[in-house]
Structures are given as structure tokens and as C-alpha cells.
Write a protein that binds this ligand. Structure first.
Ligand code: ADP
Length: 329
């Protein structure tokens, strides 16, 4: 599709180039041949020759003028053929270059839609098969029906969080306020509030050594980002471990480190964990670590939108440290 679009576009480019080239050649031909004619008609000073329209000298000059015109015509035709060949190549290159970003965006969108539909299928299939089994069971008791509804509700909750994640990823591009500032500690406290229960449940000790500073990021976005990283740190840590939060200034940036003593990430998974829908095998196989692999993709997008960066260092079974760098306000 893009190949034929590129061909069509390059034909348009070529048509523009050729109409300019042919137009200017015609104009050049007229101007030059008028000029040649004028110089041919310039009075000459040969007193011994009778000068008239049919004299030998005038005929020779006319012949020379015709030859010059012919040569000019041939040169202009050769020039236009060269413009056609070179212009054709350049037009195709320009057309490919013009269409490349559109092609990339379209490819990314197609991949996104395919990934999203694939992820949506799993909970939908679970809901469908549970309902079908329930309907086929003519002796379904009330408590079995309640269990079925509860299980469906869980799947619906998953679908809801998945669609929210997808919406966030889709929306973020146009959703940036560069002038906003956020207090790191304030955002951190807000992010920790909903997670405290989860951490206490796993007897995880949260060691907060963060020094406060203002960052150039929207407060809500910072909270969202911190919730993702802290939720992961708790989710992928075993009971009784510690999560250490620390921060430091580095030039014009502020850096926040979130260090856990959890399961860590294999070196082969590390380059992919910020890709959407990517989940390391170890986390996929564990039912209790619910998720769709969207959190880090969203986190990375937020950080990059505000001119920051996010990196991770990790060793399997030892733990991970996620470091977020954002411009200071
Ligand atoms: P989710 O947690 O929903 O699977 P994320 O995008 O937040 O999705 O994370 C992607 C993957 O990166 C996770 O599935 C997990 O394998 C890995 N990961 C993220 N944070 C940690 C962490 N703190 N410790 C170990 N693995 C992690």
C-alpha cells in the first residue's frame, strides 16, 4: 500500500519538477532564440557587398541562426531528459521520506490494536466460558451462581483496568502541561497511601529516605508514575523484604531511586520490560502478580513526555532499582 502511495506521490513530485523544467526551458528557448535573431539582424558593415534579403551573406546568417536554434533545442531536450531521470529518482526518495513517519505511526497503531485485542480476548473468553458452563448446568445452586458472578466480576475488573491502561497510553501524546510543577515528597505520600495495605500485608518495610524537591511534571502524572513503580516493587518482592526510596539532585535534574529486594529481572528480559504488554516469564506464571505489562510502558511515556528518563538495574533473586530522572522546577 505504501509502495504504491510512494509511487503516486513521486509522480506528483515529478510532474511538478517537469512542469517547472519544461516551462523554464520553453521560456529560455524563446528568450535565447529572440536574442539570436536580434544579433543576426544587427546591421553589418560590408560596403562592397549588395545587401538584400536574398544576398549570400544574409542567407548564410539565417542558416547559422537556424543551426543555433536547433542546437539550443537539442540541448534543452537533453537537459529535460536528465531532469526527468534524476528528478524521478529524487522524487521517489522524497516521497518515501515523506511517507515514512506516517508508515511508522500506522504500523505502531496496527501493532497496538493487535496487542490490545489479544489481551482483551483472554478475560473475555474466561467470562464467556464460565457463563456457558453455568447456563448448561440445570442444577446450578444459588451459591454456585454467586461464585460464578464473583468470578465474572473479577474478570470485568481486569478488563476495566486494562482498558484504562490502554486509554492512558493512547491519550498521553496530546496531554502534557510543561509548566506544571510537583513536590516529590507530596506526590510520594499520595502514591503510598493506596499501597500501604498491600505492603503491610506482605510485611514489607518501606524505608523512605527521600529528600524533597520540586520537579517539572504534572502532580497527577507523578503520582501515577510512582504508584506504578511502587506497586511493582511490592508486587515482585517477597514477604519481609525492604523497599528503599531515596532521591538526589544531579545538575538540573532530580533523581528518585526505588530499590527493592524482590525477585529481580533476568538480563534477557531487561531490554523489553518497558515495551507495552511485555511481562517477564516469571511474572506471567504467577497468578498473584496481576497485570498486563502496561505499567512500565505508561511510566516511560510519562517520564519522556516531561524530558526525563527511567532506567533499571536488576539481578535475579537480589532485587531491582528503578531510577527516575526528571528536570527540576
Ligand atoms: P505488570 O507489572 O502489569 O506485568 P509492568 O509494565 O509494570 O507490567 O512491568 C513489566 C514487567 O517488568 C513485569 O511483568 C515484571 O516482569 C517486570 N518488573 C517490573 N517491575 C519489577 C520489579 N520491581 N521487580 C521485578 N520485576 C519487575
Amino acid at each position: 500500500m505504501f509502495h504504491s502511495a510512494a509511487l503516486k506521490l513521486s509522480l506528483w513530485y515529478l510532474a511538478i519538477i517537469m512542469s517547472l523544467s519544461i516551462g523554464s526551458s520553453i521560456a529560455l528557448y524563446h528568450v535565447s532564440s529572440n536574442e539570436l535573431e536580434r544579433s543576426a539582424q544587427r546591421p553589418y558593415n560590408i560596403s562592397s557587398v549588395t545587401i538584400g534579403p536574398n544576398d549570400l551573406y544574409t542567407r548564410q546568417r539565417q542558416e547559422l541562426l537556424n543551426q543555433d536554434r536547433q542546437r539550443l533545442k537539442i540541448n534543452l531536450v537533453i537537459y529535460n531528459v536528465v531532469v526527468l531521470v534524476v528528478g524521478g529518482g529524487v522524487s521517489y526518495m522524497l516521497a518515501r521520506r515523506t511517507l515514512q513517519p506516517i508508515e511508522e505511526i500506522l504500523e505502531a497503531q496496527t501493532r497496538f490494536t493487535a496487542d490490545a485485542s489479544h489481551e482483551l480476548r483472554t478475560p473475555l473468553t474466561a467470562i464467556q466460558s464460565e457463563i456457558e458452563v453455568g447456563l448448561r448446568n440445570i442444577n446450578l445452586t444459588k451459591s454456585e451462581a454467586v461464585d460464578l458472578l464473583k468470578s465474572n466480576l473479577e474478570e470485568v475488573a481486569k478488563l476495566k483496568s486494562l482498558s484504562e491502561g490502554l486509554l492512558t497510553l493512547a491519550r498521553q501524546d496530546n496531554d502534557r502541561d510543561v509548566d506544571s510543577t510537583a513536590n516529590l515528597l507530596e506526590a510520594l505520600e499520595e502514591a503510598l497511601r493506596p499501597l500501604q495495605k498491600l505492603a503491610t500485608g506482605k510485611k514489607i518495610n518501606l524505608n523512605n529516605k527521600v529528600v524533597d524537591f520540586k520537579l517539572r511534571i504534572d502532580h497527577k502524572k507523578l503520582v501515577e508514575l510512582l504508584i506504578t513503580l511502587l506497586d511493582n516493587a511490592i508486587k515482585y518482592s517477597s514477604e519481609g523484604t525492604q523497599i528503599t526510596l531515596s532521591s538526589a539532585k544531579a545538575g538540573k535534574n532530580g533523581i528518585l531511586h526505588i530499590k527493592d529486594q524482590g525477585m529481580g529481572i533476568k538480563a534477557s528480559d531487561l531490554p523489553h520490560i518497558f515495551n507495552r504488554f511485555y511481562r517477564a516469564d516469571s511474572s506471567r506464571s504467577k497468578d498473584q502478580t496481576a497485570g498486563y505489562g502496561l505499567g512500565l510502558a505508561i511510566a516511560k511515556k510519562i517520564v519522556e513526555q516531561y524530558g526525563g528518563a527511567i532506567v533499571v538495574k536488576s539481578s535475579p533473586n537480589k532485587g531491582s532499582t528503578f531510577s527516575v530522572q526528571l528536570p527540576l522546577s
